[in-house]
Design a protein. Structure first.
Lengths: 213, 213
DNA sequence: TAGATTGTTAATCGATTAACAATC
DNA sequence: TAGATTGTTAATCGATTAACAATC
């Protein structure tokens, strides 16, 4: 429905979830309209940047009035694809995989967990947050018979590249990779990394250089 | 030991953990030297950028030779503060908190978990990966009596701002925030956010716009 | 209408890339 | 020494900010 003429820079896309979060908050507080200026103060960015960012996707505002919060929130959700209700599977039902399965924030934002997979006989057959853990062997069959948009990878580092390739071969479009590894995959597959260790290292650096001009 | 004259841009700092990861890999493969050019091909960035990045911290290479992998790896670790062995506590011993406590990658990179805290009577007193779960009431006492550099926040969204403020008051230097919230804290505290939902939304957007020029 | 605030163009700033002299 | 590759300066590119005409 939305966009597009010029390619939207990745830096802009990375900011969208933050806008979405703030707009959701405003909505919760029953605030119906906001100006780029007011939002810029809340978010600690320039009003100019906000207007530029929004205008990559077309004008959502109205001169002299500002932006309608609910409308903007919905548009943002639409742009991010949240209204399509992507389905996800988690491969690797260890501590992290199970914690993510129990993490209801995903569902709240329109992502639906439809299956979990593991190799461990002890966890196979069990249920996490209402979702069954199946053997990894059945990955291909499952994906053939069910719509699966996104794969979440919480397998051990040693297995992640191979697992990712299997999912890619099944035609999965996007992967959320929690392994401390960079995946090498065909261009059709989009990968987003969540590297805890990286975040911790960046934090560690910044702690030591706080306040440097 | 390292740096510094000019402030290092945040974009550069965000790349450091990735360098560190690749260098660690080369080290594992017993590769002793590498040129910026060879590394650039592996990492899919320009050799120019690599040299520029490294030179923010001083020259680690040698003309005509390249970079010594082990030396560079160690320097990088030093810059990131990994050799100081920062100590961490986890506040919120739910699914995610416990999964992180069991995540040995942290320890491997020089971060040491020294305590966990929760409000739930059922988990208090239990042990996760060798670390005791204490009542949140004892937060202040614990931090007074032990060196704690970093706080990991895995408490429910409703409690996160208050918890962060308590930690800030205790003089904690850095927070790793897993809550779907932006924290507002005094300038002395460094915050790094890990927002799963954001990553998922960015992935969702990118899936839909793959291959756009 | 007058005031407010957008959408958009132009100016600035910073980051990336290219080029090359220095030097191992 | 000749070849390779860095460290660094200069050129380019892109992103952010400023400014303002359009318009609700």
């Amino acid at each position: 429905m939305s966009d597009c003429e010029k390619k939207v820079p990745e830096v802009v896309i990375k900011r969208l979830p933050r806008y979405y979060r703030y707009l959701g908050e405003l909505l919760n507080q029953n605030i119906t309209r906001i100006s780029s200026n007011a939002l810029s103060e809340k978010m600690n960015v320039t009003a100019s940047q906000i207007r530029q960012d929004f205008n990559y996707f077309g004008g959502f505002g109205q001169q002299g009035y500002g932006y309608n919060v609910e409308h903007l929130f919905n548009e943002m959700g639409e742009i991010l694809g949240l209204h399509d209700h992507d389905t996800m599977i988690i491969v690797g039902a260890g501590n992290l995989g199970r914690a993510l399965a129990n993490h209801n924030a995903f569902e709240k934002r329109g992502f639906k967990l439809v299956g979990m997979f593991d190799n461990d006989k002890k966890t196979i057959g069990s249920t996490v947050n209402g979702v069954k853990v199946m053997p990894v062997d059945e990955l291909e069959t499952f994906i053939k018979e069910n719509r699966v948009d996104i794969g979440i990878l919480t397998v051990p580092k040693s297995a992640v590249q191979e697992t990712a390739e299997r999912l890619a071969k099944c035609g999965i479009k996007g992967l959320l990779n929690f392994s401390y590894t960079e995946l090498e995959l065909p261009d059709e597959v989009t990968v987003e990394n969540v590297h805890f260790s990286d975040s911790l290292m960046i934090l560690s650096y910044n702690i030591r250089h706080r306040g440097e001009e």
